[in-house]
Design a protein around this ligand. Structure first.
Ligand code: HEM
Length: 149
């Protein structure tokens, strides 16, 4: 029961983080297409900054629950299973999660370009950039469910 409750909380905050990872590049696309419209850009920038902060908070909480699933058995051996044991799926999963986090931080850096007057990449390039996390998230979910190695 406890383990499944922690896993449910892990997935809830993972979903919230991934929603921010999927949506922030869309805001960048809109910023790139609204160059020269200061009032539109101001609104998009405000939305982007709030989403970026929200995303980091959700990641932090998802990470804490993930570590509880991973290492909680050391503190509560009777209540929590050693789910990973000697397997390596979590190593691969965390490597892909690290790339996703770097991608999100990269989006935050692009967002900071606008007020600095540095032009964003074209909206076409940003639309392709926006597709990358979909493949990464699919990889993480498969590793977490299939635990192939
Ligand atoms: C941030 C670092 C993360 C850590 C340390 C972590 C760790 C874990 C652990 C130990 C489990 C338990 C596996 C099980 O009970 O079978 C788990 C489950 C899961 N995690 Fe994560 N996770 C992290 C991030 C993510 C992310 C970013 C995603 C999705 C994009 C994700 C998706 C899942 C899924 C779908 C499960 C359920 C697997 C199952 O029930 O078989 N996790 N996670």
């Amino acid at each position: 029961m406890t383990y499944l409750l922690i896993k449910s909380l892990h997935l809830l905050f993972v979903m919230a983080w991934i929603a921010a990872v999927f949506y922030l590049p869309r805001i960048l696309v809109n910023l790139s297409e609204s160059a020269g419209k200061p009032e539109v850009q101001e609104r998009l920038l405000l939305m982007g900054r709030r989403l970026y902060r929200f995303g980091h908070n959700m990641f932090g909480i998802a990470f804490v629950f993930g570590v509880a699933l991973w290492q909680g058995w050391r503190l509560f051996p009777a209540a929590l299973p050693n789910i990973v044991g000697s397997m390596h799926w979590l190593d691969a999963k965390l490597a892909v999660v690290a790339i996703l986090l770097a991608y999100f931080i990269g989006c935050g850096r692009l967002l900071k370009r606008v007020p600095a007057g540095i032009p964003l990449p074209s909206s076409r390039a940003l639309r392709w950039f926006n597709e990358l996390p979909v493949l990464l998230v699919l990889g993480v979910i498969y590793l977490a469910l299939a635990k192939p190695f």
